[in-house]
Structure formats: C-alpha cells, structure tokens
Design a protein around this ligand. Sequence first.
Ligand code: G3P
Length: 219
Amino acid sequence: MKIFIDTANLDEIKEASELRLLDGVTTNPTLLSREVERTGMKPDDVLKRICEMVDGPISAEVVSLEAEGIVKEAKELGTIAKNICIKIPIVKDGIKATRRLREMGIMVNMTLIFSVNQALLAAKAGATFVSPFIGRLDDIGHTGMDIIRDIMTVFENYDFTTEVIVASIRHPLHVVEAALIGADIATIPFKVIDKMFKHPLTDIGIERFLADWKKISKK
Ligand code: G3P
C-alpha cells in the first residue's frame, strides 16, 4: 500500500519525508489555509516546497465549481511543479473538467467521495485517484471502510486503473483496515503516522535491552 501524508504543514512533511516512506501528499483548502496562516507564505509557495520535498503526486485542490474555472485553476496549479495532481470535488462540472484534464495528461484526484456511485463516475471520467472520506462517514454513523471495499470490487470488476486513496483517516486502525482490504493508497495525517510506530511493548523491550547491556558494560 502506498502511503501519502494528509497535511500541508511543511514541518510535518519534512519530518515524515526523512523516513523515506512517503509516496505522495494530499492537501485541501482547509489544510493549505492553515499552513498559509502559520507561516505567512503564499499558497503556491507552500505547494512548491511540498513538491520539492516529496517525489510523488502532490494533490492541490481547486476552489472553482464550474468546468472552465476548474480547468483554468488546474493549469495554473500545474505550473508550480510536474508532480502536482489536481484535486477536484465530485460535481458534474468536476467530471467534465476531469475528462479534459486527463486528455491533457494532467493527474486528477476526485475528492469528497462518499458513495460507490460517485467513485464509479469519477473512474469513468478517467480520474487518476478517488478519495473516499471514511472518517467523515464514520462521524455520521456509517462504516466508512465499507465503501472502500465496495469501490475496490467495482474497480476490479471493470479493470479501472483509477487508484483508491483512503482519506479522512483518523486513527491507526483505519490504516490496518485499509491495508487488509488492499486499498491502493492511504493518506494519513502526521499524528496517525507517528502513532503507527508506537507500541508499549517496544518501549519496554528497548528499556530492558539497554538496562541489561549497561550491566555488563559496567563490569
Ligand atoms: O484527505 C481528506 C482529509 O483531508 C479530510 O480529513 O479529517 O478533515 O475528515 P478530515
């Protein structure tokens, strides 16, 4: 499973990229505006820095909701770096824009996916990625991971090459479930990546090994 980080925070991306486990980055207007406020940088400069740090698709989201505007924004975002992937919400004009951008060879990540039908339409339009938001489905009493399983099945049934990005991940168990289903990608917040390393028995084990080693080194 490929691992993307779901943040625009440059410090988090730097720290995570040093692990050399990252295959890409996803941002959204909320995450990017947070980083602009934190650093005082311009949005395009934040995205440029991210593209320099991570060798993989970097999703940058459009704010237009009509096809012409989406394509125009996408072209502008595309000038930032070669690895920019255009994130577009699943609306009718987003689908029209996706088809046009894919014909131009521009990667598209279709976002705010909450149903199998939305993912099917995105795949038919040629989206490179779909991003179902599982945490937000969990929030309203659904089992978000169920749609990942179903989308994977539909894509397999018809040999769609669109990859599934499990998004809106809230805890390490979401990552385990995504991997068990065989999802292509999980986009994970920094805090959750951090938690994936941790186990109390690992800490206790290290402590004991070091204490035992200290005993003989004193002799
Ligand atoms: O990639 C999608 C993500 O940014 C949304 O996550 O936690 O705001 O639902 P969340």
